[in-house]
Design a protein around this ligand. Sequence first.
Ligand SMILES: Nc1ncnc2c1ncn2[C@@H]1O[C@H](COP(=O)(O)OP(=O)(O)OP(=O)(O)O)[C@@H](O)[C@H]1O
Length: 287
Amino acid sequence: MDQLMVKNIVKKYRRTTVLNNISFNLEPAKIYGLLGRNGAGKTTLLNIISNRIFPTSGEVRIGGESINDNDELLNKIFLMSEANLYPREMKIAQTFDLADVAYGSFDYDLADRLLTAFELSGNAKVTNLSTGQRTASKLIVALAVNAEYVLLDEPILGLDANHRELFYKELVKSYQEKPRTFVLSTHLIEEIQQLVEHVLILDKHQIIINDDLDDLLAKAHAISGPAKLVDDYTAGLKVLKSESMGNIKTSYVFDHLNDERPIPDQVKLDHYDLQHLFIYLTDGGAY
Ligand SMILES: Nc1ncnc2c1ncn2[C@@H]1O[C@H](COP(=O)(O)OP(=O)(O)OP(=O)(O)O)[C@@H](O)[C@H]1O
């Protein structure tokens, strides 16, 4: 499997720049989280990677070759999105056949098992499904399709908690059985923290974070205690946000701690999670 390279992508709508010179790579067999606030450009980016829309400039490559007009390469990329691309009368089972025709080797056994697990019938028409059921039917295609890069735009839209758990479990199982690259773009950050290995954050038209989750979390420290001691301890470190209650201050650091600096007894050290890191990084441009 080859690496997918997003190179210098710019997307403008008239005079508005939505993506401003975006570059990153997607490695084979990795699960990515693509995060960004409403309107950050996630859907636009995923549409460009899957060739549904064209960038103003820049290109997407696999193994060094542009995907533009290259059916062989485009067949390695599947996008599950909110957009309903199927004709009105289409049944769920027929969407499986479409994926089989387009990508080959559709995993019908897995799809059948997932239909039962999500309590759906292959004979149901896609247009008659509820929001959550429609998402589930699309997820089944996304997990059973034969593609090396599976892009999931809002994959849990409308799914109830039970079906979200089911999806997470099945995603991991499917990934373990057949490692390939998944990109999950979602606002449910707490829930996908357990799944993703690598995080991309889009903010202000650019990628501001492109790191392994473990490396990010290793830098996310909440330091609290008497204000003066906290300030002394965090001096020189990157502090994304601080909160004070009376004389007690908490500073949210995004940095490696200086091991040589002793931690005063009254100062408490904690970690904070990906959702909070995302909020602090994208709230007012502290980064
Ligand atoms: N066809 C279009 N014409 C003009 N502007 C557009 C078009 N499509 C998207 N935009 C704008 O581009 C920006 C990014 O939209 P996009 O849908 O990619 O964001 P997103 O990160 O997926 O947002 P959300 O999390 O709310 O779904 C928005 O400001 C949107 O209004």
